[in-house]
Design a protein around this ligand. Structure first.
Ligand code: FES
Length: 109
């Protein structure tokens, strides 16, 4: 049975004022927050920025973000019926939307 998550996403770029955009995302039980963000990008706004690589292997850690104020991996956190507040990591430099500078300084090219 399809349910609906209401994703409230903080968007913007470093140096700009960030703003909030909300999306109703249909999902089946077991789908991840990353699945929801990919659905938004496909069906509503291809400009929504977020990172991922391994998808559920929990190896790359590129999908780290805040969900309701708590650090999560978007590829393993499950969507739930109702409101979910999604924000970029607070302690990292914001690049755009949910993308932050996560590589250690000595690993950046
Ligand atoms: S996409 Fe690699 S840990 Fe989430």
């Amino acid at each position: 049975m399809t349910q609906t998550a209401h994703l409230v996403v903080t968007r913007g770029t470093s140096g700009d004022d960030t703003h909030i955009e909300s999306y109703d995302v249909p999902f089946e039980p077991g789908q991840s927050v990353l699945d929801g963000l990919r659905w938004i990008r496909t069906h509503h706004d291809p400009s929504l920025a977020f990172r991922f690589s391994c998808i559920s292997a929990n190896a790359c850690k590129e999908c780290m973000m805040l969900l309701d104020g708590k650090v999560i991996y978007a590829c393993t956190e499950r969507l739930t019926d109702g409101e979910m507040r999604v924000e970029p990591l607070a302690n990292k430099t914001l690049i755009r939307d949910l993308v932050t500078e996560i590589a250690p300084p000595d690993e950046r090219l």
